[in-house]
Each structure stands twice: as structure tokens, then as C-alpha cells.
Design a protein around this ligand. Sequence first.
Ligand SMILES: Nc1ncnc2c1ncn2[C@@H]1O[C@H](COP(=O)(O)OP(=O)(O)OP(=O)(O)O)[C@@H](O)[C@H]1O
Length: 237
Amino acid sequence: MEHPAIQATGLCKSYRSGKLQTPVLQGLSIEIAPAQLTLVEGPSGCGKSTLLALLGGLLRPDAGEVTVLGNELWRMSPRQLEQFRLRHTGFIFQGFNLFGALSCREQVMLPLGYLGIDPAAARRRADEALEEVRMSARADLRPSQLSGGEKQRVAIARALAKRPQLLFADEPTSALDAANGRQLIELLHSIARHHGTAILCVSHDPRLIKEGDRVMQMEDGRIVSDTSPTALEAATP
Ligand SMILES: Nc1ncnc2c1ncn2[C@@H]1O[C@H](COP(=O)(O)OP(=O)(O)OP(=O)(O)O)[C@@H](O)[C@H]1O
């Protein structure tokens, strides 16, 4: 891998509650490539969300280094880190995290305002992103008027409109039925290809495995396998 979007080495993380200390990651190293959909799959509690939060700069590791787009995350000040995340990363969560009072277009425009993009340009970008996720016809509706799959597509458009180099998705399909889940993963795959975005998606849904460019299996805080199903499929006669 020539220039990984993310390079993390020796990551350790434990959670402490009272006297109880739960080690989750003990020296995990990982690299994530641009323009690929990387899936991390594994049983509940194995540490997937913790890994995502560490790589996305949401959680500080107890030990180890996380370098994202050439920047060592934890050498930045809190303000620099916040700006870095705002500019370069998008997050998609299981629960969609949409604002009930805003239309789809307004949801997508909101972070663009934080980036200092003027309203006319923000509206154009929002409409482009909504078109890419096939939600143009519903741009003026609010979340209560949308299905689960549609809500998640708006959440993707909101992340995409920032044109981030990295997208993190934590169980994005778990509130969706099988058909919608599959469509969503296909959409992420197409975003990675067309925009060169590094997409890291964690899931405990084994049905999604063959949609990933790269699939890592995680168990007890360790990566136990690392394969490229799409490359394998292409190479199979
Ligand atoms: N804030 C916290 N405080 C204490 N323990 C935590 C905290 N967050 C996670 N844990 C524990 O760390 C372990 C790993 O949790 P994590 O959420 O990373 O797993 P996961 O693989 O994403 O699970 P799931 O698929 O159920 O979301 C679990 O045992 C969990 O109970």
C-alpha cells in the first residue's frame, strides 16, 4: 500500500469503570487505503467501535500512534484536531443522527456552513450530494417523512457534501432490512471508487462481507484475518 490514508501502530485502549479495567485493544496496528471500502467485521464487544473511534480521532489511545493523511492526530491541539476532523472526515452512525426539524437539504447544508462555505455554494453542493444518493426528489422532506434507508442516505449525503477524504461508518446498516442494507453498502463502495475516499465501515453483519474491497475480521481486540474479496472474485475464472 503506497500512501495509506490511515496508519495506526501499537494501539492500546482499556476502559476503566471503578476498580474494573477492561482491556479492549492491546497493540493493534492497521493501515487503511484511499479509494477503498474497508470493512471490519466481528462479534459484538470485540472492539470495532473502539477502533473506529480511535482512528477517527474521537477517542485517545492509551498508547500507540494514529497518523491520518500524514498528520499524527494526538500531536494536534484539541482545536486543530476539531478543525481537521471537520475538514477531512465524515461519520455515519447506526442511528442516522438527523435533526427532526430540518429538511434533507438543510441537514446536508448545515456542516458546510461550519466550513465557511457560502449559502448558495452550500445549496449546490447539498443538491449534488442528495442526487448522488438518489434523494433529490425528497430534498424538502423532514426525517419523520422518510424510511430508514432514506434517512441513512441523507446521512451519507451530509458526510459526502463536505468532500472528505475519509468516511467512517459505525454499523450503518443495522437499522435497515437486508435489501436496504445491501444497497447502502453498494453506495459506500461507489463513493469510495468515484471520489477516492477511504471508507472504513464496522459491522457485525456477515452478509455485507463480499461488498468490501478489503475485509478484516476482528476477535477479542485483534485482527484475525485480512482479505480482499473483490480482488479474489475478479481473479476467479
Ligand atoms: N465507555 C466504555 N466504558 C467501559 N467499557 C466500555 C466502554 N465502551 C466500550 N466498552 C467495552 O469495551 C468492549 C468493546 O466495545 P466496542 O463497543 O468497541 O465493541 P464492538 O465490537 O463495537 O461491539 P458492538 O458490535 O456490540 O457494537 C466491550 O466489552 C464494551 O463493553
